[in-house]
Write a protein that binds this ligand. Structure first.
Ligand code: ADP
Ligand code: MG
Length: 653
């Protein structure tokens, strides 16, 4: 509990004690004169409710009349005035309304704080310092001030402050804060380390490869901080609803206070003003929409927190909402369903010695971040002389053309061979074929093969179990490789030999199939309120999962773009709406389950709050509900809704 909450608790206790004392006095025979009695009640009322009254007055001054503070103030001041007018001495109701309202608020702020804290604990990955080694001396520096290429030392127990490559030492890293994965990851010399992990066993000397701003930790924190600013449609619904609802109930209450007495007077009966004013005041207390206003953002917040605990970063509650409606999941192959770490299984049809061909291919790929490029460099294994390479051109979906020792070397698929005019020889081995041409003359091919990720087949099955109707695979690789992968994983539909722009077209076709109207702004941007908008919100959503730079346009075009956080390129992570920290396709099904649970909670809360509200409002209007019932309706529903919202924090198994 923070200081503000403790102060509120003290006010609640003082007001409750005063209330008890004032109730007790007449019963033990102490009859205070009416003015003194009223003053004491008024003090108790102000102790508990002064800030609500002040806020109501201040908001009226700002022209924002109809809010919950206004409802509470009018209802309680009205109740006090009525009790005074009737000389009933029954001031307890006004106190009770304020007291329970404040208890509800206190509970809610405590709950919000708790879940915030839970999430920030999950996200407590910001490193405080980096140990920079300068001329053999180590000094503690703010991670922000460390330049790329510095050498840092990470002791066991310390958090890795910046992304880098290990230059000496070996250790295992706890990546739980980033990925939710509890099994430590081993690193050794030459291995990459990612900031935010905790070094568990050995001392590591690391050469930094990114500035702090660009490092994984900063990226993740940024994503999480931004996530709350994207409002979901349910949240927008509530704020729109409150804008219409609150004034409407105020006018309804006014009508309830005035119309029946006027009618009675006109028809020659007693007016009974006090009865109708009391009913109108009760009506106001019941109508306070706090349960809705509070619990829905809280549910989404908890859902995003729960997802991040499972290693899935969702960049906004609108995406969590969209995830819950996922009907089609489209996968990129390389790096998404497969590990993207290729082994060389053969070198054929080359006039050059194998080593020389491998060297040329590795040199051409020297600057590539494509999984194929990285694998060819790894397979060659020897140090590469970058100065021999110039004019590197990466042709996405095809390969690379570079000038090596003055000769133009093309490394890529058959499309690339077509482009450089080299006649390639097909290969009958199963695998991805990397052809090489030198100055437009064919120089053989390297057969490489990739393996499916450990959980890929399970992930596809889990998605089906989570209600996804169709899993599709898109790839730039050949039909043969694509089909063999798809078959082993249980994918429903495969499209091979695609260029990046073909992938966009494919996803657009799937969007149309799912019922979207392509060509206008993507869903949720400005939310057309008409027929189309409604169809847009109801249809099944299409998610695309990818990792590469060339996947960024597709990630942006799909309803939900999902990127690999570990292996994925920065561009992909930037363009995505959801990031999988552990690169495990299994997390997608988890994320969908979390989103479904979260949305279920949101609808439960809306349903509960509205049902109870309208039932009580009706009872109040007919004079059956008194203020006590009104208080229960208001605070009770809020407490239940908040408790329900917190459930979203827990990940379903
Ligand atoms: P995927 O859709 O499987 O992720 P990409 O669209 O990234 O594949 O690439 C499609 C194809 O283009 C690859 O299968 C490969 O044949 C070729 N290719 C792309 N980039 C490279 C590269 N850097 N080196 C060699 N071949 C490449
Ligand atoms: Mg790819």
């Amino acid at each position: 509990m923070n200081a503000k909450q403790r102060k509120m608790l003290a006010r609640v206790i003082v007001a409750a004690l005063m209330w008890g004392a004032l109730e007790l006095l007449p019963r033990v025979g102490v009859e205070l004169p009416t003015p003194a009695n009223f003053c004491l009640w008024l003090v108790a009322y102000l102790v508990i409710g002064y800030d609500v009254v002040l806020k109501a007055v201040r908001n009226i001054g700002r022209g924002r009349v109809f809010d919950e503070h206004f409802l509470m103030t009018v209802a309680t001041v009205g109740a006090l005035a009525l009790a005074l007018y009737e000389r009933s001495g029954d001031f307890a109701e006004a106190i009770a309304v304020m007291l329970f309202y404040q208890v509800g608020e206190l509970f809610q702020s405590y709950a919000v704080d708790r879940s915030r804290k839970n999430i920030s604990e999950l996200m407590d990955i910001r490193p405080d310092y980096a140990n920079v080694e300068v001329d053999g001396e180590v000094e503690k520096v703010d991670p922000d001030d460390v330049e790329v290429g510095s050498t840092i030392v990470v002791q066991p127990g310390e958090r890795v402050p910046l992304d880098g490559v290990v230059i000496s030492g070996a250790s295992s890293l706890d990546t739980a804060a980033l990925t939710g994965e509890s099994v430590p990851r081993d690193v050794a010399e030459g291995g990459e380390v990612v900031s935010g992990c905790i070094n568990l066993t050995g001392v590591l000397r690391v050469r930094t490869t990114r500035e702090f701003e660009e490092s994984t930790v900063s990226k993740i924190l940024e994503l999480v901080e931004d996530s709350t600013s994207h409002k979901s449609q349910s949240e927008n619904f509530i704020s729109k609803f409150a804008r219409v609802y609150t004034p409407a109930v105020c006018y309804a209450a006014l009508a309830l206070a005035v119309l029946p007495p006027v009618f009675f007077v006109l028809s020659g009966q007693a007016a009974a003003w006090d009865v109708w004013i009391y009913r109108a005041l009760t009506f106001l207390v019941i109508s306070c929409p706090c349960a809705l206003v509070v619990s829905i953002p809280l549910s989404f917040f908890a859902g995003i927190g729960g997802a991040s605990h499972a290693g899935v970063l969702v960049k906004g509650s609108n995406y969590l909402e969209a995830l819950s409606k996922t009907k089609v999941v489209v996968f990129d192959k390389t790096g998404t369903l497969t590990k993207g770490v290729f082994d060389v299984t053969g070198v054929h049809h080359s006039p050059l010695p194998t080593g020389e061909l491998m060297e040329l291919a590795a040199l051409a790929e020297v600057a590539s971040s494509h999984p194929i490029g990285k694998s060819l460099q790894r397979a060659y294994g020897e140090p590469l002389d970058r100065s021999r390479v110039s004019d590197v051109q990466e042709i996405s979906g095809a390969g690379i053309v570079a000038t090596i020792d003055g000769k133009s070397v093309a490394v890529g698929n058959d499309k690339l061979m077509g482009q450089v005019g080299a006649e390639h020889v097909d290969c009958h081995d199963v695998g991805t074929i990397v052809h090489v041409a030198i100055d437009g003359t064919y120089a053989g091919h390297i057969v490489i093969s990739d393996v499916a990720k450990d959980h890929a087949a399970e992930a596809v099955a889990a998605l089906k179990g989570a209600g996804v109707e169709k899993c599709v695979m898109l790839t730039g690789d050949t039909q043969r490789v694509a089909e063999s992968v798809a078959e082993s994983l249980g994918i429903d539909e495969v499209h091979a030999s695609l260029l990046p722009q073909n992938k966009v077209e494919r996803v657009e076709a799937l969007l149309v199939e799912a019922g979207a109207t392509v060509g206008e702004a993507p869903a949720g941007e400005d939310g057309p309120g008409d027929e189309e908008g409604r169809r847009e919100t109801r249809r099944g959503k299409v998610a695309f999962v990818g990792d590469g730079i060339n996947d960024a346009p597709v990630l942006a075009r799909a309803d939900i773009g999902i990127a690999m956080g570990g292996m994925g390129s920065d561009a992909a992570i930037e363009a995505a709406d959801v990031v999988l920290m552990d690169d495990d396709p299994m997390s997608i099904a988890k994320a969908i389950k979390i989103s479904r649970k979260c949305l279920r909670i949101v609808y439960q809360n809306i349903g509960l709050a509205l049902t109870v509200k309208f039932a009580c409002l009706a009872l109040g209007a007919f004079g059956i509900a008194n203020m006590w019932l009104a208080i229960f309706a208001d605070v009770g529903v809020m407490v239940i809704a908040v408790l329900n919202a917190i459930r979203a924090l827990r990940v379903p198994r």
